[in-house]
Design a protein around this ligand. Structure first.
Ligand code: MN
Length: 190
């Protein structure tokens, strides 16, 4: 996995975002983060730790806890692991200029395996095959989700869908709009 694309898009003298480095070693459960990003158009960046980087998708309508919703998720470049802590404003004129909130964070795992090693093995295989399933243990997002390639939508199109389980609900989770990290609203982060 490479962060070349990530680094090329950014000027680190002008943005406060972290410079891309692949994480060397890690322990414990895999991490995920969802960042609300008020760029030229508002979206939610959905990121899953795999192999020392964050595999990333931009979700224009944001995640949903309703199994009936299929949310378009456009795969974007890998982000560095440390990006999961980034909350702040990317200066105007830079790539992705706008405010970023850590909307949700937590750990995740494949429904059928427990250890970190086995999780990475199976998740990387499923990513390759274009169909991932995983359980999120976040502050807002909980329970099982699926993320699969949506060929009709184009090369980088995937769909993010909630599985029907005890956490599924028709209530709009996006109404919870404070940072999972600092409890701030977008305008307070700006
Ligand atoms: Mn973004």
């Amino acid at each position: 996995m490479s962060l070349t694309r990530y680094n090329k898009k950014r000027n680190f003298e002008e943005t406060e975002e972290p410079e891309g480095e692949t994480k060397k070693s890690a322990k414990g459960a895999l991490k995920f983060v969802v960042q609300k990003h008020a760029a030229s158009s508002l979206h939610y960046d959905f990121r899953l730790e795999m192999n020392g980087v964050l595999k990333s998708w931009a979700v224009p309508k944001g995640p949903s806890m309703n199994p009936k919703d299929k949310r378009l998720a456009v795969m974007v470049e890998d982000h560095p692991y440390s990006y999961r802590n980034f909350e702040g404003t990317i200066a105007e004129g830079n790539y992705g200029g706008g405010t970023v909130m850590v909307w949700d964070e937590g750990t995740y795992h494949h429904p059928e395996v427990k250890t970190r090693k086995k999780n990475e093995e199976i998740l990387l295989k499923e990513l390759e095959e274009g169909s991932l399933k995983f359980i999120l243990e976040g502050k807002k997002l909980k329970g099982e989700f699926a993320l699969f390639r949506f060929k009709k939508g184009g090369e980088n199109a995937w769909l993010l869908v909630k599985k029907d389980d005890e956490f599924a609900t028709g209530n709009d989770i996006l109404k919870k709009d404070k940072s999972a990290k600092t409890n701030r609203k977008m305008e307070e982060i700006e």
